[in-house]
Design a protein around this ligand. Structure first.
Ligand code: HEC
Length: 216
């Protein structure tokens, strides 16, 4: 015996679901809403990833000291932009810095550095990630004495022009025949990219000053 009363068929629900116009309207409104969300996310991402944006300093950051310190609130290492410390002792304008970045990027693309290295974790895992290479204590501790150069950037230029002559590891970087101008632009690029707030990536990176060793 049927004891469940379902009442009279409700007008609307069953009828709407059967109506193709209901589905068409649903598809169109969902698409419109998602396009608005996508547009918002695109604009928001651009403001985060563009040089001069929230997480990525403008190119003329190469005129400044870039530190890398443990941030207790975020519990990770973050770049700290300090006072004036011009690359190669020469302050550059924003336009000159942008030209250096353009050249550095072309060198990195033309020599396919990412066949061995990674930037932001993208690339090949044969050689170290280069995102924070500028901050690598090995420039001061190993390559400056090894190349006899007085500054980090001079040691980097020398290494990039003759990596086969200054090995520190069982894997060697081959000589990719960079001119001095190309090597200097590459160093400028490496300095800028190290200033990007990567949320602590790469996680196991060690800096000269182990600020994370001491709690404030
Ligand atoms: C064939 C593989 C290969 C290619 C291509 C390559 N590298 Fe390397 N690179 C290495 C290896 C291996 C090391 C580690 C060398 C050592 O420590 O002796 C290295 C080390 C480095 C370092 C030092 C990293 C650090 O902080 O310890 C930098 C900077 C660097 N490479 C930049 C570049 C750039 C820029 C390019 C492209 C112009 C490039 N490499 C292309 C293999 C490569």
């Amino acid at each position: 015996m049927d004891t469940i009363s379902v009442g009279p068929p409700r007008a609307g629900v069953g009828g709407d679901l059967a109506d193709p116009r209901f589905w068409a309207a649903g598809a169109i409104s969902t698409t419109i809403v998602m396009l608005i969300v996508l547009a918002f996310l695109t604009v928001d991402s651009l403001s985060v990833i563009t040089a001069g944006g929230r997480n990525v300093p403008a190119y003329d950051v190469i005129n400044r000291h870039i530190g890398y310190e443990f941030n207790w609130a975020r519990h990770r290492d973050v770049p700290v932009i300090g006072g004036l410390e011009p690359l190669f002792g020469q302050t550059v304008t924003e336009a000159e810095a942008a030209a250096l970045m353009e050249k550095g990027k072309l060198v990195i693309q033309s020599r396919a550095c990412m066949d061995c290295h990674t930037f932001f974790g993208n690339g090949a895992y044969y050689a170290p990630d280069l995102t924070k290479s500028w901050l690598d204590p090995a420039w001061e501790n190993i390559w400056m004495p090894m190349t006899g150069k007085a500054t980090r950037e001079a040691a980097m230029v020398e290494f990039l022009m003759h990596p086969d002559q200054y090995p520190t590891w069982n894997r060697r970087m081959p000589n990719l025949h960079l001119t001095e101008e190309e090597a200097r632009a590459t160093v400028a690029y490496l300095k800028w990219v190290s200033s990007v707030d990567t949320n602590g990536f790469p996680a196991n990176f060690r800096t000269t000053k182990p600020d994370h060793a001491k709690q404030p």
